[in-house]
Design a protein around this ligand. Structure first.
Ligand SMILES: C[S@@+](CC[C@H](N)C(=O)[O-])C[C@H]1O[C@@H](n2cnc3c(N)ncnc32)[C@H](O)[C@@H]1O
Length: 364
């Protein structure tokens, strides 16, 4: 499979010279034979995301959606658009909870991956291949979990007193990074004050997505959850294959994920220039605590004790095992370090959960 991807990258380089890292990612992740052609997330796949860790994540995200729904005047049906919905694990959990609460929901899952779209079609939701294809959201809630850090980005490095762009070229049998002159438009988006030899990621794909979001979201909120910083350098480029971190993302393209933390402050600033309101960026652990994680965990502890008292040891162990897995969601050294960026159209209040999370830590 990945031979096909490498051949396409080589052909592009042979035709046009070194390609941008963003173009490399398009081939490696989203082209035919690319890593995301079939959903790779989950215990059986290459890495796990919050919805795959424990169903309580979907429950708590649903509470955040309900905060937005209240602020929008409880429109029915409640319109939810999930970007990069993967295999639908989060969508399924949210839909089950909303249905149990008797709230009519119009859920759209947006997925670039043909394999993921096939999986999503088994659920009671609409499926689209791109946000551009989604009719205006007026009103509604847009949601994305771990999408932005997988959108194509470009790379720059400070070298000899100037910024250079790192593109992907070919050297014999290998793909290599090549330093090329940096266009002024790209340089303008790079973090200032890089040290000699220091690299940075410019999240061009995430910025482009926000442009579409600002057009499509006419009234409502957007919750964008991802790895990265609330401003400034956001982490190194890396990959994942079979639950292991990979440093050389150029080797065997198509066989591994390629990702880097996103400067969510930059994304928020772009959203503001497009007329959206930036309400805040908080670490996931604070967002989930504000949404009632601790209440849920206490309930699970009590359930475990009841099971033990009733001599139902096996079920008690399962309750403990589920609760300890879920604790990763609020562990600041694990999935708790993801950040939630909350945007809305003008004139809407800060969602209560975010106000509570920000009261604990104003900027994330
Ligand atoms: C890391 S996975 C996260 C999947 C899911 N949200 C989860 O939490 O498990 C990123 C997903 O975003 C999808 N994706 C990437 N670019 C996209 C785009 N431009 N539009 C829609 N989906 C996209 C990928 O196909 C992949 O399923």
């Amino acid at each position: 499979m990945s031979e096909e991807v490498a051949a396409r990258i080589r052909a592009a380089v042979a035709e046009r010279g070194p390609i941008t890292f963003a173009e490399f990612m398009e081939h490696a992740l989203y082209g035919p034979g690319g890593f995301y052609e079939h959903p790779p997330v989950g215990a059986e796949g290459h890495f796990v995301t919050s919805p795959h860790v424990h169903p309580v994540f979907a429950d708590l995200v649903r509470f955040a959606i309900l905060d937005a729904w209240e602020a929008l005047g409880r429109p029915e049906p409640l319109r939810v658009v999930e970007l990069g919905a993967g295999d639908g694990t989060l969508a399924r959990g949210i839909l089950l909870g909303l249905e149990a609460g008797g709230i009519a929901t119009d859920y759209t899952a947006v997925e670039i991956s043909p394999g993921a779209r096939e999986r999503l079609r088994a659920l009671p939701l609409r499926v689209e291949a791109s946000l551009e294809a989604v009719p205006p959201i007026d009103p509604g809630v847009v949601l994305a979990n771990e999408l932005l850090d997988n959108l194509p980005f470009r790379r720059v490095r400070w070298r000899g007193g100037e910024l250079v762009e790192l593109r992907v070229g070919v050297e014999g049998p290998r793909l290599v990074l090549v330093e090329t002159p940096c266009e002024p438009e790209l340089a303008a988006l790079a973090p200032p004050d890089l040290a000699e030899g220091e690299e940075a990621v410019v999240p061009t794909g995430a910025l482009a997505l926000v442009e579409v979001l600002a057009r499509v979201l006419r009234r409502g909120y957007a919750y964008l959850i991802d790895y990265g910083s609330a401003g400034g350098p956001a982490g190194e480029v890396h990959g994942y294959r079979c639950h292991a971190v990979l440093e050389d993302v150029l080797e065997d393209p198509g066989s591994a994920d390629v990702t880097a933390g996103v400067d969510l402050g930059l994304v928020a600033a772009r959203a503001e220039t497009l007329g959206l309101v930036h309400h805040g960026i908080v670490p996931q652990w604070r967002a989930l605590l504000a949404l009632g994680y601790e209440r849920w965990a206490q309930g699970e502890r009590a359930r475990q004790a009841d099971l033990l008292a009733a001599r139902r040891g096996f079920e008690a162990v399962r309750a403990w095992e589920g609760r300890s897995r879920a604790s990763l969601l609020v562990d600041p050294a694990a999935l708790g370090r993801l950040r939630w960026l909350v945007l809305s159209t003008p004139g809407l209040p800060v969602p209560p959960f975010l106000a509570e999370a920000c009261a604990a830590e104003p900027t994330g």
